[in-house]
Design a protein around this ligand. Sequence first.
Ligand SMILES: Cc1cc2nc3c(=O)[nH]c(=O)nc-3n(C[C@H](O)[C@H](O)[C@H](O)COP(=O)(O)O)c2cc1C
Length: 205
Amino acid sequence: MPSFSKVLTERNSIRQFQKSHIIPQYEIDEMIQLAQTAPSAWNLQHWRVIVVQDPAHKKNLLPIANNQQQVEDASVVFIILGDLEADKNTEFVYLPLVQSGDLPEQTYKHLLDDIKEEYENRKHKSRDSAFLNASLFAMQLMLAAKSKGYDTVPMRGFQAEELVAELRIPERFVPVMIIAAGIASKQAHATTRLPLDRIVIRESF
Ligand SMILES: Cc1cc2nc3c(=O)[nH]c(=O)nc-3n(C[C@H](O)[C@H](O)[C@H](O)COP(=O)(O)O)c2cc1C
């Protein structure tokens, strides 16, 4: 298992993958389980992931992803969705904790009230929440893949409406990101990062 800092520094966006390489199902499941440890507001876990491995299905994604060849060549394509109705997850998230005694009944009721208020009265925020929280999951998925020796590229260059139609994505979910994953056949091109003094604001502007 590589060190965590090695996983971070060696993750690069890969756009050319070894075609026909297959990632075993158990490893895909392990990656998703690791990504699942991501934090989320109220722990509502505003994400779903469509796993596309069938070569014919990956080929169908090609025009939708603006002909970015990685969606066809990668071993697996993850479609990360954000949940616009994550308030519907409360029972799954909280009831086991209430039943085990880890979450007092009264606190649970307060949580439900707060979540209901947010989702009923501030509906416009649900899209932001879906994107924000699903992106944390997406980042963890890329790092989990890297920790297992796989490369990835996150992609937003796709036609969202066409993706929704192709994969019959219900209205409840919004496509956030596509992540292609597999074994690199060509290393990533060099990238830069802004220097710390450009991105860090100490105390306030
Ligand atoms: C939200 C998002 C959307 C991106 N969309 C694409 C894309 O459509 N196609 C692509 O080749 N790379 C895409 N990238 C990858 C970026 O170009 C890449 O992360 C950036 O250049 C830094 O390089 P690195 O990932 O190798 O560190 C995207 C990255 C992010 C985070």
